[in-house]
Design a protein around this ligand. Structure first.
Ligand code: THU
Length: 166
């Protein structure tokens, strides 16, 4: 028997003003785009902005639906747009912000489980880790160097490979 521990490092900042200028402008873009999120049911407006390897910035917002489960998160809206507009181009950094119309927006939130799986696949297909900047509309900011750190022991394409020796 063997016991293992999983842990990862992340950075915390008290405000956006502690970030370098490129991180700051990406987070500002994510905060700005929350304004056009379509979230009439939850009133939880999420915006994401990503810097790609080709220098382009792609954004996404959550897109809800009267049939609730049809809704899609901001992160996956962004990933689908990026993959369609710029196929095979890696994402260096993705900033994710939210504006909670029914509460405060001053603590970072991190991507939901489905988005973590989706981000993992994007990292794998572009062979590049995605750096995450997480924050609300104000206050604390968290930076995670590799999004895959958020999904330990994940299921991925490698698990589907056939073992030819069997
Ligand atoms: N949501 C996102 O867009 N991203 C997240 O990381 C967490 C949750 C959306 C889904 C839904 O439209 C609303 O926020 C409330 O869960």
């Amino acid at each position: 028997m063997k016991k293992s521990i999983y842990q990862f490092e992340f950075e915390e900042f008290d405000t956006i003003d502690e970030l370098n200028s490129s991180d700051k402008s990406l987070l500002l873009a994510a905060r700005e785009v929350t304004k056009i999120a379509y979230a009439p049911y939850s009133e939880f407006l999420v915006g994401a902005a990503a810097m790609l390897n080709n220098g382009e910035v792609v954004k996404g917002t959550n897109q809800e639906n009267a049939s609730y489960s049809v809704g899609i998160c901001a992160e996956r809206t962004l990933l689908a747009s990026a993959a369609m507009l710029y196929p095979n181009i890696g994402i260096q950094t993705m900033a994710i912000a939210y504006h909670n119309l029914n509460g405060t927006s001053n603590e970072p939130v991190s991507p939901c489980g489905i988005c973590r799986q989706s981000i993992n696949e994007f990292e794998g297909r572009t062979k590049q880790p995605i750096r995450l900047i997480l924050s609300g509309m104000e206050g604390k900011v968290m930076i995670i160097e590799k999004a895959s750190m958020l999904l330990p022991m994940s299921f991925g394409s490698d698990n589907l490979l056939q073992d030819t020796k069997k």
